[in-house]
Design a protein around this ligand. Structure first.
Ligand code: DC
Length: 229
């Protein structure tokens, strides 16, 4: 293995509900690379905060919790990742709306972002990494050879989320999902630290009218042009 070679990273950032998770998993699978779902680290901290009933105004305690978070990611043979928080498998719990909402509320705190930075960097291993998040290209992996920013209008994202939830048997009104998405977009993109914006050198892909297959094809094309694999 080329241990002295730089480890390539592809960053894929964008707002919630844009299809980043599925897209990133497919890109990582096609390349045989590692995958970082950075949102799950913020969500794990949010889950801990909720479980331990930590007051979100108590910044010192939030920061201490972020630093000492007992979190592990184990990739099984079938490629699925088991996420354990304090020894408990929490994959399902992390996906709840409440968890996403809490994550978005605590994510603006600079010291929290700093505490979670190293955990994200640790995912950069040979042969390469696909990093999914909000600030992968602007902060965490600034020198990545390929940066992608996915967008889609809020209505389309609410529709996609509605379909996903329906498949899981959860019945929520599209309007409520749209309001939630718009509120989270506003919070994520207007925060002072690491706001949700495309990196200056990112390739922006509007996925509103594209299938996952089409998005994947565009990204793999960019990989061919920009990354030595
Ligand atoms: O991608 P997601 O929905 O799992 O992320 C949940 C929240 O975590 C998101 O609203 C903001 C925060 N987050 C962040 O601030 N930076 C990241 N790199 C990933 C997520």
């Amino acid at each position: 293995m080329q241990v002295n070679q730089p480890i390539p990273v592809i960053t894929i950032d964008g707002p919630s509900g844009v299809g980043k998770g599925t897209t990133c998993a497919l890109v990582a699978e096609q390349l045989g690379w590692h995958l970082l779902d950075s949102g799950s680290i913020y969500r794990a901290l949010a889950l801990k905060v909720m479980k331990a009933s930590i007051d979100t105004k108590d910044e010192a305690l939030l920061i201490e919790t972020a630093k000492s978070l007992q979190l592990s990611f184990t990739v099984a043979d079938d490629g699925t990742t088991q996420i354990k928080l304090d020894g408990e498998v929490v994959n399902e719990q992390l996906r709840s709306e409440a968890c996403g909402d809490m994550a978005s509320k605590i994510a603006p705190i600079p010291a929290i972002r700093q505490a979670l930075f190293i955990r994200q960097k640790a995912f950069q291993r040979h042969p390469g990494l696909v990093a999914d998040g909000r600030d992968m290209g602007t902060v965490v992996f600034k020198s990545a050879p390929l940066k992608v920013f996915l967008t889609a209008n809020a209505e389309e994202r609410a529709k996609r989320r509605h379909k996903q939830l329906k498949l899981k048997g959860v019945d929520v009104k599209i309007r409520a999902l749209l309001e939630d998405i718009e509120a989270r977009d506003f919070r994520d993109s207007t925060r002072k630290v690491a706001p949700l914006v495309p990196a200056a050198d990112a390739h922006v892909i509007d996925t509103s009218d594209l299938s996952i297959k089409q998005v994947l094809a565009q990204i793999m094309n960019l990989v061919e042009q920009n990354v030595k694999v």
